[in-house]
Design a protein around this ligand. Structure first.
Ligand code: NAD
Length: 478
């Protein structure tokens, strides 16, 4: 339902622009679908033919709630291709949304951005076109992209394109809500024309004049997004600083959680208590297995590495990274506390994705957990509601068995570790699932269980439970 009285236009009534989106991964796909839904004519370009074929058939190559519905609803304004020459010349706005994965140095690999910029440059039309960097790139990359375009544009009068930085803040799992109802839109450029064109592009979002889709209703309390206009370099820095701050918040909660365990306080009560302070807030203040995903690790490393380039140390961020690494070891330590040697023990791991509602496995804590468990000789059985097919390809180097349900994974296991806080695990019949285990031992690394099932030993993060005998099953320590 559309709750905003200011909203009476339909998507089709906007001042439509022609848009090309380069890179149709988590960000590019969401951006393309959202802009088409708002009424623009959009072409998504990717070098991955398989992805392009799937999208052209109206299928999503990733799991993202609601996005497939919007893709189908907006299909008349959407096209997908691998061919730059059919997409770039006609575009008023060109988004670069390719990946920027981390290099061993901590700096992001900018080869994909460079390749995309070269391909864009070769297909520019000589009129004013706005190239928008949506990939997360180090400060200064916008200028570098301009140089690449200048060096590679064919038969092109310099100065007729402009580069704008428009960092993306969507979260996987809630991409639709985040894209349609953002807190802010950041536009960084030294070109007023570039900013003006993007204001035109985003007008339906900035004024919230589109009809909210039924799968992503406008939140009742939502007003209008803030438009933040900055220099190119400030926009690039805003993205890194935002992610670094969120990462800090999580690490802070984890550091306090460790002390809670020492003094017998409960981190859930503590974060609840401090989060009501509006200067602090509850979000991203969760203790657990630590952050993962494609952004926080990569972006904190990139910021630290940029600091080093200038001889500038960032001790707060370094500490946040260290705390995050410690959390991953902590889970195995908690398991060892009860099982001692893990050689030959069967351990069920629930959740592979780095967070719920996504199938993204990048930098997922479950990866390190499974790796360490097998290194220590444990037999690992895993379950995840959506990420297992991706893991077959991406985690082929890990040794584990798949189970078709959480209960099946726990059958005969010496312990179960909750790695991802899927609602499925929160709401499952724990008593029933535990009854099939060799030993009723839960390592709940996401604190999803509010109460301790009977006759069960549980370890959580930042809260101490009175020791309970694990009497069920043949659970003697061996
Ligand atoms: P992704 O790996 O899911 O997608 C990147 C896509 O780019 C792939 O489909 C790949 O095939 C394509 N590609 C690579 N080179 C190409 C080229 N030369 N031409 C056309 N396509 C090409 O990446 P992602 O998660 O969407 O992230 C993209 C950027 O957005 C990164 O910089 C990331 O840090 C940033 N970001 C990601 C998120 C997130 O939640 N995933 C959120 C905010 C910002």
């Amino acid at each position: 339902m559309d709750n905003n009285p200011a909203t009476n236009n339909t998507a089709a009534t906007v001042n439509s622009l022609k848009v090309a989106v380069v890179g149709t991964g988590y960000v590019g796909m969401g951006t393309a679908v959202m802009l088409a839904y708002l009424g623009h004519q959009v072409v998504g370009i990717d070098i991955d033919q398989n992805k392009v074929d799937m999208l052209s058939r109206g299928e999503l190559p990733i799991y993202e709630p609601g996005l497939e519905d919007l893709l189908i609803e907006s299909k008349d304004r959407l096209r997908w291709t691998t061919d730059y020459s059919t997409a770039i010349p006609g575009a008023d706005v060109i988004f670069i949304c390719v990946g920027t994965p981390p290099l061993p140095s901590g700096q992001p690999n900018l080869n994909y951005v460079a390749e995309a910029a070269r391909s864009v440059a070769k297909n520019l039309n000589g009129k004013l076109q706005v190239v928008v960097n949506k990939s997360t790139v180090p400060v200064g990359t916008g200028d570098w992209v301009s140089r690449i375009i200048e060096d590679n544009a064919l038969d092109y009068a310099s100065g007729q394109y402009v580069v704008v930085s428009n960092p993306e803040f969507l979260r996987e799992g809630t991409a639709l809500q985040d894209s349609l109802y953002p807190d802010r839109i950041v536009l960084g450029s030294n070109s007023p024309e570039g900013i003006a064109r993007l204001e035109q592009l985003y007008a339906p979002l900035l004024q919230q004049t589109f009809t909210a889709p039924s799968i992503a209703p406008r939140p009742e309390t939502y007003g209008l997004p803030q438009l933040v206009k900055t220099s190119l370099s400030s926009a690039e820095m805003i993205k890194y600083a935002a992610n670094a701050f969120l990462a800090l918040k999580i690490s802070f909660a984890n550091e306090v959680a460790g002390l809670c365990e020492c003094v017998d306080a409960d981190i859930e009560q503590v974060t609840r208590g401090i989060g009501f302070d509006q200067r602090i807030g509850h979000r991203f203040l969760s203790a657990g297995a630590g952050w993962g995903g494609s952004c926080f690790g990569k972006d904190t490393a990139a910021l630290i590495s940029t600091g080093s380039e200038y001889g500038y140390s960032m001790p707060i961020l370094r500490a946040a990274v260290e705390v995050n690494q410690r959390q991953r070891h902590l889970i195995i330590n908690k398991l060892q506390r009860h099982l001692r040697r893990l050689q030959g023990k069967k351990v069920a791991v629930l959740g592979l994705a780095f967070k719920p509602n996504t199938d993204d496995l990048r930098d997922a804590p479950a990866h390190d957990c499974i790796h360490r468990l097998t290194e220590l000789g444990a037999e690992v059985v895993v379950h995840d509601p959506v990420a297992m097919p991706h893991a077959r390809g991406q985690w082929a180097h890990l040794k584990y068995q798949e189970a078709e349900s959480a209960e099946a994974a726990m059958q005969g296991a010496d312990a179960v570790i909750v790695m991802t806080e899927w609602d499925d695990y929160r709401h499952m019949d724990w008593d029933k699932a535990l009854s099939g285990m060799r030993r009723r031992l839960i390592i709940d690394s996401r604190n999803i269980l509010a109460t301790v099932p009977e006759n069960t030993t549980i370890e959580q993060i930042g809260r101490v439970h009175a020791a309970q005998p694990s009497t069920v099953g043949a659970g003697a320590l061996t």
